[in-house]
Design a protein around this ligand. Structure first.
Ligand code: AMP
Ligand code: MG
Length: 286
């Protein structure tokens, strides 16, 4: 008999992908499938099989929030253009009830956002109790694009590492479980994905001429990612670094991380705050 697909994880996604401070990011193979011994078809099978469980766990979280609970989950997605952040939202987060999801993408700060400190827009987007929050880019851009493009002087952006950690400690203490995922795409795969965006009229809307400028600065971005991972991976807000050249693997890996996070909340169904037998009798008599 064929192995059950979850058995194809030799090492859990959590163990295989959790960032270990000081790991050399430049040595990473973005086409690898850490922890997973199966093939693409097995990965796709497991991803689909996880859907109902992920959806049930998210519904428990939602029910918990509706009945006075204070827990929530925040999935932070970072990655360069074409790394597949949007695909994770569609294919992984898309498996749960959209009613319970608070999705927010962070782009160049608007005029209004610029009038506030950089965490203002982030605080406003934090998931309410019971919700699964999803950030497509995040407050970490403050030590990525801001650093690489010299939008702030070093003495300013250098302070952000500690500020980000303090902020996340506060968010975690308020009941939010934080899962941070960095999707790492190789330069070659990124080139192929950008070429596809240029080839296909249905993908032109995703293309931004500025994406090429980012490519000319890949070593600087890699150095910025390295320091971000080393300095903002904490006990309460760990980074998971996911090789993203194989979309099926990245989606499976994030599904496993998210499922694991929701499971760890250990939420049951909230008990009824009415007498079930009385209500059954009333219904029957109605
Ligand atoms: P996209 O994710 O393709 O919609 O692009 C969003 C753009 O916003 C990216 O080019 C990011 O680098 C940029 N961006 C996100 N956050 C910031 C920030 N805090 N300051 C400047 N640019 C940002
Ligand atoms: Mg883009």
């Amino acid at each position: 008999m064929a192995k059950k697909p979850e058995k194809l994880w030799k090492t859990s996604a959590d163990d295989a992908l959790r960032w270990v401070r000081g790991t050399d990011l430049t040595a990473m193979d973005q086409s690898a499938t850490p922890g997973w011994s199966g093939k693409k078809a097995d990965g796709e099978e497991l991803l689909a099989a996880r859907g109902p469980e992920l959806a049930e766990l998210q519904e428990r979280l939602f029910a918990h929030g509706r009945t006075g609970g204070d827990r929530s989950v925040l999935l932070v997605l970072q990655g360069l253009d074409t790394a597949g952040k949007g695909g994770i939202v569609r294919h992984v987060v898309g498996m749960v009830d959209p009613q319970g999801v608070q999705h927010r993408g962070f782009g160049v700060p608007t005029e209004e956002e610029q009038r506030h400190d950089y965490l203002w827009r982030v605080r406003n987007a934090l998931p309410r109790p019971g919700y699964l929050g999803v950030f497509d880019r995040s407050h970490h851009e403050q030590v990525l694009v801001v650093r690489v493009n010299h939008l702030e002087p070093p003495e300013t952006w250098r302070k952000h590492f500690d500020e980000l950690n303090e902020f996340e400690a506060e968010v975690a203490a308020s009941g939010t479980l934080i899962v941070k995922v960095a999707l790492m795409v190789s330069a070659d795969e990124q080139k192929a994905r950008l070429a596809e965006r240029l080839e296909r009229p249905d993908k032109h809307w995703k293309y931004n001429p500025g994406d090429i400028d980012v490519r000319t600065r890949l070593p600087e971005y890699l150095a910025a990612y390295q320091e971000m991972l080393d300095r903002t991976s904490t006990e309460v807000a760990p980074w998971y670094v996911v090789p993203a050249d194989r979309k099926w693997y990245a989606r499976l890996a994030v599904t496993e991380l998210l499922t694991g996070a929701l499971r760890s909340l250990d939420l049951g169904w909230p008990p009824a705050d009415f007498d079930v037998e009385t209500e059954k009798a009333r219904l029957a008599a109605s």
